[in-house]
Design a protein around this ligand. Structure first.
Ligand SMILES: [Zn+2]
Length: 199
């Protein structure tokens, strides 16, 4: 049952990223908590129930906010990539379940993202407070180098026509050599983080 949940979550992640339409992204997202419900009927455990609660609550909050925006109420807007960030978190939950690791920190990040759909969360973000820090980051490395970059405003940011490899890692994970300029940018809070790509 656990492996069914893992493969279902990865399917949802890929479809959410491939889909352009917000409602269709949300449709895929709703499959996550339905699947958790089905697994719980055979194999109840408290952390799965917590997972179900956060997924369903976040779905309802997203659904409410996006329908308000569709009706023309743009008092509160959402970051353009918020559902893609959600999709990546679903992938991280799948990885955690697969390797039998706790996923509470991922649910916390998901909850922080939901907070952005509320008036108060939106207000905090307007004040410049990082309400929902990125858990997953995209890193790039030039083909002939072993240094990872993540700020697009780094003078050595690998981009076409230079050949590079791109990978996603959990922020703060030990991935080898980090670019000193990217680190300095981050320290000075001027790093423009690389947006999620669909590649
Ligand atoms: Zn750099």
């Amino acid at each position: 049952m656990r492996s069914a949940l893992v493969s279902e979550f990865r399917l949802v992640q890929n479809n959410m990223l491939d889909e352009e339409n917000v409602n269709k992204k949300l449709f895929w997202y709703s499959a996550t908590y339905s699947m958790v419900n089905r697994v719980m009927n055979f194999d109840y455990n408290p952390s799965l129930q917590f997972l179900h609660f956060v997924l369903q609550t976040s779905y309802n909050a997203y659904r409410h906010r996006t329908s308000q925006i569709a009706k023309g109420d743009i008092t509160i807007t959402l970051p353009s990539d918020f559902l893609d960030r959600t999709a990546h978190l679903i992938g991280e939950i799948a990885n955690a379940i697969e390797s039998n690791e706790p996923f509470y920190d991922i649910l916390q990040t998901l909850s922080n993202l939901i907070y952005l759909t509320s008036g108060n969360g939106y207000y905090q973000s307007l004040k410049g407070i990082v309400v929902a820090p990125r858990l997953i980051m995209f890193y790039r490395q030039k083909i002939d180098s072993d240094i990872w970059h993540w700020c697009i405003n780094c003078s050595n940011w690998p981009d076409a026509p230079v050949s590079y490899t791109e990978r996603q890692f959990k922020k703060g994970s030990k991935i080898g050599k980090l670019c000193k300029e990217c680190l300095a940018n981050e320290g000075a809070e001027i790093c423009i983080e690389h947006e999620y790509s669909h590649e």
